[in-house]
Design a protein. Structure first.
Length: 250
């Protein structure tokens, strides 16, 4: 009679141990499931986040873009080696015309019908100071080239007594152009590496180190594409001179 409680107690103890073991297994399984599901969910949520734009290591910048002028995205970047072109030298045959050809494509200027189409503010559209009521717009690259041509002509006249085929700059004009080129150069910030070349000059016993700036590869805007974009913008707007007066479409 006394052994029945013992057997009952032993049976209950076994049931308790089995139940505890099963509870542990279930708890571990539930914990594993929740952990796996939570990690998977977190991964899916993370994958929805916007990834940083990858930069092509070959072109560096992809397409050339300027915040204020979205249409510049039509101008791709190209790799170009800088080499000295002697046809632009002071006394090279036809050099004056070659320099003038660089800036002549920048004219006529344009008056924009709808500046917002090109990502520009409305002040590009009208200016009461313009005689014709039209606001001329130019491209900065031709402003820079104009300054270089002006420097060239002035130097040729004052230092070489030669005709450079363009107007000689006044002091104020030169100061203006120097400041424009300073800002443009610092804005572009060309970070290409240039090697020193050691050159033996007549009258010098030793080779002289010189930064020639040639023979190195650079990432540049495609010049032909630039000209194509300018033609397109001109065809969509009003060709004008610097006073805002309409001129015939070239």
């Amino acid at each position: 009679m006394l052994r029945q409680p013992d057997r009952f107690t032993h049976s209950a103890y076994r049931m308790l141990m089995v139940s505890t073991f099963l509870c542990c297994i279930v708890s571990v399984a539930i914990g594993f499931f929740l952990g796996t599901y939570g990690f998977s969910l977190g991964s899916r949520q993370t994958s929805c986040a916007t990834e940083p734009k990858k930069v092509d290591s070959v072109t560096g910048l992809g397409m050339a873009t300027i915040d204020e002028a979205p249409f510049i995205t039509d101008v791709p970047l190209v790799r170009k080696k800088f080499e000295h072109d002697s046809s632009y030298n002071f006394t090279a045959p036809g050099a004056n015309q070659r320099w003038l050809d660089l800036i002549s494509f920048g004219k006529p200027f344009v008056a924009l019908n709808d500046p917002s189409k090109y990502g520009l503010p409305d002040y590009f559209h009208k200016d009461a100071l313009q005689p014709e009521g039209l606001q001329p717009v130019a491209w900065n690259v031709f402003h820079q080239l104009h300054c270089l041509v002006c420097f060239r002509t002035t130097y040729m006249k004052l230092a070489l007594d030669l005709d450079g085929g363009y107007d000689v700059c006044t002091r104020q004009h030169i100061e203006h152009c120097l400041e424009s080129l300073r800002q443009a150069t610092m804005c572009a910030g060309n970070m290409n590496m240039e090697r020193f070349e050691f050159i033996h000059y007549p009258g010098h016993h030793d080779f002289v180190p010189k930064l020639v700036g040639q023979h190195e590869m650079h990432t540049c805007r495609d010049w032909d594409a630039i000209k194509g974009v300018i033609k397109k913008v001109r065809s969509e707007n009003i060709p004008v001179d610097k006073y805002g007066k309409r001129v015939p479409q070239p």
